[in-house]
Design a protein around this ligand. Structure first.
Ligand code: FAD
Length: 398
């Protein structure tokens, strides 16, 4: 089959990208090994995605936001950053720049569901492209005039542009021989929903404690009991996370309440615990003739700064706007210049936070006395300098 664009991966980035190009009239194919039923109704995966206001606008523009029910969007009004036992956090408050919220938290499975629904009706009620689900790419090759894909089913697809949206461990990127720097942090992240006694006041917490990093992301109250509810994120060496995962729910509830120094009162697990090994990825290139990477395949962020999908949406907007211009001029979608421009721009937009995130993780997991002193001083200096907090709030709400 011949297409203009082949998109490998129907995750939120691949689906948003196909939706953003629906108006071009280009023939698009989307390939994913998951079953259609699983993409239409994805299982909970424990991720609560903090979306900036800019991402919310992109989702509105793509018709995704309206497909996320208001009760599934939790406003984020404040972010508090704690260091060790110091009870005084650095606070970033949306009100400091006249906004109601810094952004919204939405469960990843709701984003995925909305992304498929929007993509499936993006062309005047018709799908943005042809879906090849329950099939995977086993071979990818790019020639000067055409990209070729072989799927596990034996299907052969050709396209003028090949897009890798198949996660940070992108096998498509690898098949094209593009190297990537992986940093394995040697830690895992446990995420789960918990109800708790004390209200979180729609505040997120990041707590760099000694030997553990904890986060709390405000969710809307439990619809059945009305109790406050949050997504709890615990980062520890992999073996400790395994042990926590196998605790009985009762033992787990007590262990987590104690890890949070009982600041939230009694806590109760809701649903499953999910574990993610922490590996960040920076590919050597994200564009080549007839090829580009988007989403996590372009930048695999450590989740601590909550920017993976925000960067994914930013990249989708950057690349799609260049390609829409090419379509208006009836140009070849695989021409290198717009892809190279996307690479330059997206690298510039993401590099500094990618590197800062690595530095933050390095500093806040280093338990040597000098590192502890340095981070305490850094956080105190930032807390005593309101323009710094105001700048972060403005960046999130802009
Ligand atoms: C614990 C956690 C918390 C996070 N919190 C935040 C947050 O607060 N804010 C934020 O912005 N981001 C956050 N993120 C990051 C966010 O989840 C990701 O950036 C986002 O889900 C990536 O979307 P994607 O479409 O690029 O990739 P994925 O969601 O990984 O989708 C990739 C798709 O490719 C498919 N695929 C794989 N291999 C093949 C193949 N060979 N052929 C065809 N298809 C293939 C897969 O089936 C999948 O559907 C968090 C991540 C984690 C782990």
């Amino acid at each position: 089959m011949n297409y203009d664009i082949l998109v490998v991966g129907a995750g939120p980035a691949g689906l948003a990208f196909a939706t953003a190009l629906a108006s071009t009239g280009w023939r698009i194919a989307l390939i994913d090994p998951l079953r259609e039923a699983e993409l239409q109704d994805p299982p909970e995966d424990g991720r609560e995605i903090a979306l900036t206001q800019q991402s919310v606008r992109t989702l509105q523009h793509l018709g995704l936001w309206a497909r996320i029910a208001p009760e599934h969007r939790a406003p984020l009004r404040r972010a508090c950053i704690f260091d060790g036992p110091d009870p005084k956090p650095l606070v970033v408050d949306a009100r400091s720049c006249g906004a109601n919220e810094l952004g919204f938290l939405v469960s990843n499975h709701h984003i995925r569901r909305a992304a498929l629904a929007a993509c499936a009706s993006a062309r005047g009620g018709q799908p943005a492209g042809d879906f090849y689900f329950e099939d995977r790419v086993v071979q990818a090759q790019v020639e000067p005039d055409v990209a070729h894909l072989t799927l596990a089913s034996g299907r052969q697809l050709q396209g003028r542009l090949l897009i890798a949206a198949d996660s940070r461990f992108s096998s498509t990127r690898r098949m094209l021989g593009i190297a990537a720097t992986h940093r394995d942090f040697g830690r895992s992240m446990l995420v789960c929903a918990m109800t708790h006694e004390r209200d979180h006041a729609q505040s997120a917490w990041e707590w760099f404690d000694h030997g553990q990093t904890l986060a709390l992301l405000p969710m809307n109250p439990d619809p059945e009991t009305g109790r406050p509810r949050a997504s709890v994120v615990i980062t520890l060496p992999a073996a400790d996370i395994e042990a926590l995962c196998h605790d009985t729910p009762e033992a787990f509830n007590q262990a987590v309440a104690a890890r949070f120094a009982h600041r939230l009162g009694a806590m109760q697990l809701q649903g499953q615990r999910h574990v993610y090994p922490l590996v960040s990825v920076w590919p050597e290139r994200i564009a080549a003739p007839r090829f580009a990477c988007i989403g996590d395949a372009a930048v695999g962020m450590h989740p601590v700064t909550a920017h993976g999908f925000n960067f994914g949406l930013l990249g989708v907007s950057t690349l799609a706007s260049r390609l829409r211009r090419a379509a208006a001029q009836q140009a070849d979608p695989g021409a290198f210049e717009p892809l190279a421009a996307y690479e330059r721009r997206h690298r510039r937009d993401t590099r500094s936070l990618y590197l800062t995130t690595q530095a933050i993780v390095g500093l806040y997991t280093d338990e040597r006395p000098a590192a502890r002193t340095l981070r305490r001083l850094a956080l105190r200096a930032a807390a005593a300098f309101p323009p710094f907090q105001h700048r972060i709030a403005r960046a999130l709400t802009a």
